[in-house]
Design a binder for this molecule. Structure first.
Ligand SMILES: NC(=O)c1ccc[n+]([C@@H]2O[C@H](COP(=O)([O-])OP(=O)(O)OC[C@H]3O[C@@H](n4cnc5c(N)ncnc54)[C@H](O)[C@@H]3O)[C@@H](O)[C@H]2O)c1
Ligand SMILES: O=C(O)C[C@H](O)C(=O)O
Length: 314
């Protein structure tokens, strides 16, 4: 049988969806189908055509199409959900839960109908609760429903550390545990630059300031943009996760995963270190946490649980 290109569908053609479409196409990860509501069909087609016309310059042999018809997503390998509303200055991500939960329900039904074997990556906020909603609605196994928060939050953390120390972003390692909210937990003990512990390179005061800036990183961009939220770094994060799955890279990345006893929690999607590869979330990595880290993680988990209570129960 002939080998065909991979297919990536992106639901929502707004800032994050369109930017992710461009990045995945430029990396030649597969053909891209960009989907939005019928009222947005022409602009969605226009964005897709504009991207397609960049592929000769990029040397990328992929197709990019725009549509409002889910039939066009049929047989997708990866479906990325960015559909929904974004917050504005003064709002928290949790304020989006009611509107976006309804959108998750309807888009998930369409995704499952046309791509029953796909891997779903959820970006829409509040991301932990929305990933749980998509998991429930899809009926998919937990490894095939993955949320995005930790790659972005860690990328912000790494950026701030690299800039502060004037060292390469490539050498900064670290990750952020917990929900995608202001009480996420950047783990200092597991952070290093080229293997050198962060605490050897930076004072505790500076580390604390960077942790705080990371926690509020989304809000910082919301304030600056004035009418919408971040999209370049979120799209880069989605692209890295998509690549990890489609190329079976078995990357160790923080993702929003379903906990079933790991870290002492049940039936909740929240950010933890995972192995992301050809079978989606292939493993959750359980770290030994100190009492302080456990307490911070518990606070973050509680915040996610309280948002989940707003999800429709049907
Ligand atoms: N988890 C994260 O790290 C993270 C990062 C960035 C953004 N986000 C979230 O992602 C979401 C999208 O952000 P954005 O900046 O792209 O917003 P945006 O407003 O630019 O785009 C959203 C798009 O979704 C479309 N849409 C709405 N309902 C739809 C439906 N039923 N079917 C298909 N499309 C639909 C809209 O028409 C719009 O084009 C927001 O909820 C935002 O908070 C999360
Ligand atoms: O902050 C937001 O509302 C968008 C996103 O979750 C982010 O962290 O940039």
């Amino acid at each position: 049988m002939a080998i065909t290109r991979r297919k990536i569908s992106i639901i929502g053609s707004g800032f994050t969806g369109a930017t992710t479409a461009l990045m995945t196409a430029q990396k030649e990860l597969g053909d891209v189908v960009l989907v939005d509501i019928p009222d947005m069909e022409d602009p969605t087609k226009g964005k897709a055509l504009d991207m397609l016309e960049s592929t000769p310059v990029e040397g990328s042999d992929v197709n990019v199409t725009g549509t409002a018809n889910y039939e066009d997503t049929a047989g997708s390998d990866v479906v990325i959900i960015t559909a929904g509303i974004a917050r504005k200055p003064g709002m928290s991500r949790d304020d989006l839960v009611n509107t976006n939960a309804k959108i998750m329900k309807s888009v998930t039904q369409q995704i499952v109908k046309y791509s029953p074997d796909c891997y779903i990556i959820v970006l829409t906020n509040p991301a932990d609760a929305m990933t749980y909603a998509v998991y429930k609605e899809s009926g998919f196994p937990k490894n095939r429903v993955i949320g995005q928060s930790g790659v972005l939050d860690t990328s912000r953390f790494r950026t701030f550390i690299a800039k502060e120390l004037n060292l390469s972003v490539e050498d900064v390692q670290g990750f952020v545990l917990g929900g995608h909210g202001d009480d996420m937990v950047p783990l200092i003990r597991y952070s290093n630059v080229g293997g050198v512990p962060l605490t050897k390179l930076m004072s505790q005061d500076r580390i604390d300031a960077i942790v705080e800036r990371t926690r509020k990183g989304g809000g910082e961009i919301v304030q600056l943009l004035g009418n919408g939220s971040a999209y370049y770094a979120p799209a880069a994060s989605l692209t890295q996760m998509t690549e990890a799955i489609l190329k079976d890279k078995k990357r160790v990345l923080p993702t929003i995963a379903l906990l079933e006893g790991e870290y002492g929690y049940e039936d909740i999607y929240v950010g933890v270190p995972t192995v992301l590869g050809g079978d989606g979330i292939e493993k959750i990595i359980e770290l030994d946490l100190t009492d302080d880290e456990k307490e911070s993680f518990a606070k973050s988990v509680n915040s996610v649980r309280s948002v989940m209570q707003a999800l429709p129960q049907d």
